[in-house]
Design a protein around this ligand. Structure first.
Ligand SMILES: [Zn+2]
Length: 411
């Protein structure tokens, strides 16, 4: 199917501009053209794009001659689809349900917040369950997804530090074992995309090297690491810090930690849960000042209660209560969030003060770059997959296209 998307504004190369339309052919972005008034749109090379049958979005599809269907998105801004690289669940479903159907439900749920691709994320659990999770996610990532595209799994735990376990059950935390890691990777059928490692654990350096050499993104966290240990892991290829400030040894001026290493080391992307619950605004400002707009990755860390009412839920093996916007374990620790990624972008743009253009980067090209999928998605560019959303001035999501397929529209 061919489409011509006609918004008021479009986010290109990190900036919002006007006067441009986007043409999509099949699954790809095939042209970014000037908005020429008078019923026709000229593309960059001087050609023409037909413009006859205007439909409100979600209307009839284009005709058989290959002329694009025009999607009128006036009043809206076109953005690259958001990418959530750390999400446990949502809409009542959890990655640890170990079911293809749950993953499809989560992929549908993520559309509402403008997410066009995501990494289903495990929590520490019995080893056989983790293998099964990697396998189920791998299978789902291979095929088509009903909602947002499943990139591959993020295996969060079991190779973490019990001292900073957060909502991960201690009894299933394990010592690093390279043979086990290989088993998990094999179970994932090529779709284990990311792996959590606490840098201070025995065997961490070897594991980080092995994973990165096999094209798997390593994220550091749930960790007691000192700055030096985090620095060494980064030197071995770990390029991301997991929910920065949370579940890591605090910064002290005489015994620095992964927090300061993350803030200072340009080789480390900083995941950040911008719900203003996991950290306050002041800490968010420190992060913004130190890392800048190119090295922060907004994540939700959302658990199954995302989009649902307050009540009792689970996160993997753990019982979790959701009250207000907080998801808490029985002993009162934060257990993921119920944050939506468009809310995180809004908070970063307006509350933390990064501004819209910078905040969008943190949910699009930055996560894509950290995972090494930025040639494929993460920005509106000719040749990339047509993962495109349209939002209003307050980041309310009105239109979602993933892989050239319209998944959600306001009408
Ligand atoms: Zn998590």
């Amino acid at each position: 199917m061919n489409y011509l998307l006609k918004p008021d504004y479009i986010y290109l190369n990190g900036k919002t501009t006007s006067g441009k339309y986007v043409e999509v052919t099949g699954a790809r972005i095939t042209n970014i053209c000037e908005n020429v008034t008078g019923g026709k749109s000229e593309n960059a090379s001087g050609g023409e794009i037909g413009g006859k049958s205007e439909n409100a979005f979600g209307g009839e599809v284009g005709n058989a001659s290959g002329e694009p269907q025009i999607i009128n998105l006036s009043g809206l801004t076109l953005l690259p689809g958001f990418i959530d690289i750390h999400v446990h669940g949502g809409g009542g479903y959890d990655t640890m349900d170990l079911s293809a159907q749950s993953l499809e439900k989560i992929s549908l749920y993520k559309l509402e917040e403008g997410v066009t691709s995501f990494c289903p994320t495990t929590v520490t659990a019995p080893f056989e369950k983790l293998k099964k999770a990697a396998s189920v996610v791998g299978e789902a990532a291979k095929g088509e997804n009903t909602g947002a595209k499943i990139i591959g799994s993020f295996i969060e735990g079991p190779y973490i530090n019990p001292k900073f376990k957060g909502a991960h059950p201690e009894e299933f935390i394990r010592e690093i074992n390279l043979d086990e890691i290989k088993e998990l990777i094999d179970a994932g059928k090529g779709f284990v995309k990311s792996f959590a490692i606490a840098p201070e654990l025995d065997g961490a350096a070897e594991a980080v090297k092995y994973l990165t050499q096999n094209g798997i993104n390593v994220r550091m966290g749930h960790s007691d690491a000192l700055a030096k240990q985090a620095n060494e892991a980064a030197g071995c290829g770990a390029n991301t810090a997991i929910h920065t400030f949370n579940a890591m040894r605090a910064f002290s001026h005489r015994e620095t930690s992964m927090v300061s290493e993350t803030l200072l080391n340009d080789g480390i992307y900083a995941e950040f849960i911008c719900d203003l619950i996991h950290t306050n605004k002041h800490a968010a400002s420190v992060l913004l000042r130190c890392k800048g707009e190119d090295k922060i990755i907004l994540i939700t860390d959302c658990m199954m209660a995302g989009g649902l009412t307050d009540g009792s839920y689970t996160l993997g093996e753990m019982k979790v209560k959701v009250v207000g916007k907080q998801a808490l374990t029985e002993d009162g620790k934060l257990a993921g969030s119920v944050l939506k990624l468009n809310e995180a972008v809004r908070n970063m743009a307006f509350e933390v003060g990064a501004g819209k253009d910078a905040a969008v980067k943190m949910a699009t090209i930055n996560p894509a770059a950290a995972l090494g999928i930025d040639k494929e998605t993460g920005s509106i560019e000719v040749g990339k997959r047509a993962d495109i959303i349209a939002v209003d001035d307050n980041f309310n999501v009105k239109f979602v296209m993933a892989g050239g397929v319209i998944k959600l529209s306001a009408e």
